[in-house]
Design a protein around this ligand. Structure first.
Ligand SMILES: [Zn+2]
Ligand SMILES: [Zn+2]
Length: 369
């Protein structure tokens, strides 16, 4: 069976139905009712989005005069930046957050599909709940309201300009597939860094970048990229395993501060990810803020690479969603096998022979975009 991968643009605030981005066809978005964007600062043709459904990214070109952001980083005018799953796209001036996701299932026939392997089904089921929880997370207190609003939205608004939007009906069952490799479930402890000394580092003036009454931001002593910080709550929480519903506000604050730090970076075309390792170290909860260049002498091993570029690196937003939906963070022990997965470029997914080859490749691969 041939797979047809589809790409969707989804509103993080559930203000409008998701929008399909066809493969290799530029779609213009901006101030328009279909996106519920009314801000006059936003051009009608603010962004041109071109999906690559094979390699699973979207090229975002800013046409409008005012700024748009990917993960808080401004997109330069008339230049293309790469948007990937898990990234946050702000359509104008840090407003109107959106994300993309890919699915290689036909939503109409997915229910009858019995040919896919059971492990695959599990992955996808897990993903439905995480997609749905995007909306739950936004309004934890008025879940039903948000759902209703989503359903009553018009399914096929006619586009206000003659560009090539494809508006798809909102279908909560649409899936985004994640590549999960679970060849073995042997547990390899996360010993990525000095984690035992993490609490001590929280009071190391040399490392502290920022501090407020709830958290401390420190530089990672062994940065795996040009910019690599850790955000740690002052409250003694040892790992994501101990998180509950009550920590949602704290985690949102951690993410917000992490994004603010990343926002200070003015390098061109630098993207950041914010997240936690799947199998947390024992001593102290910490969120990584890491730039996606991975240009650092401290990044030396396959484990380093895979811990930040596979599903072993869990987006902070996913953790928050899980808490909002389930009141706890799911067990990801089986993802430890990903640390031994073959080396792949995090952008184009091309296989790499070894670390030196990978390092060379990712430098070129950054320049292309
Ligand atoms: Zn870590
Ligand atoms: Zn590449």
């Amino acid at each position: 069976m041939s797979k047809s991968v589809k790409c969707y643009l989804e509103c993080c605030k559930s203000s409008h139905p998701k929008i399909q981005l066809p493969h290799n066809l530029p779609v213009l978005i901006g101030r328009m009712p279909e996106l519920a964007v009314t801000d006059k600062m936003c051009s009608r043709n603010q962004l041109e989005l071109t999906a690559n459904c094979q390699k699973k990214y979207v090229l975002v070109k800013r046409l409008g005069a005012n700024k748009s952001q990917i993960n808080g980083i401004d997109i330069e005018q008339n230049k293309s930046s790469r948007l990937e799953e898990g990234h946050e796209l702000h359509i104008v001036n840090g407003k109107y957050p959106h994300q993309i996701y890919f699915t290689d299932e036909n939503t109409d026939t997915k229910a009858q599909k019995s040919t896919i392997s059971s492990s695959r089904i599990q992955t996808e089921k897990a993903d439905i709940s995480s997609k749905e929880s995007v909306h739950k997370r936004q309004k934890v207190t008025s879940k039903t309201k948000a759902k209703k609003a989503k359903i009553t939205l018009k399914e096929n608004d006619s586009p206000s300009t003659d560009s090539v939007y494809t508006f798809n009906s909102p279908d909560a069952g649409t899936l985004s597939t994640q590549k999960l490799e679970s060849k073995n479930t042997s547990r390899i402890p996360e010993k990525h860094h000095w984690s035992q000394g993490l609490r001590a580092s929280m009071s190391d003036a040399e490392l502290i970048v920022l501090e407020d009454e709830k958290l401390v931001v420190i530089r990672d002593k062994f940065p795996k990229a040009k910019y690599h910080w850790l955000v740690l709550p002052k409250e003694g929480i040892s790992s994501t395993k101990n998180l509950t519903f009550e920590n949602i506000d704290l985690l949102q604050h951690i993410l917000k501060v992490g994004k603010e730090i990343a926002n200070e970076v003015t390098d061109e075309d630098i993207a950041f990810r914010f997240g936690y390792h799947a199998v947390p170290s024992m001593s102290q909860l910490h969120m990584h803020v890491i730039s996606q260049d991975f240009n650092s002498p401290c990044f030396k091993t396959k484990k380093h690479w895979n811990s930040f570029t596979t599903d072993y690196f869990v987006n902070a937003t996913d953790i928050i969603q899980e808490l909002a939906t389930d009141g706890k963070v799911q067990d990801r022990k089986k993802l430890t096998s990903l640390l031994n997965a073959p080396l792949k470029c995090h952008r184009c997914k091309e296989l790499q022979k070894n670390i030196p080859t990978l390092k060379k490749h990712i430098q070129k691969c950054c320049i292309v975009l």
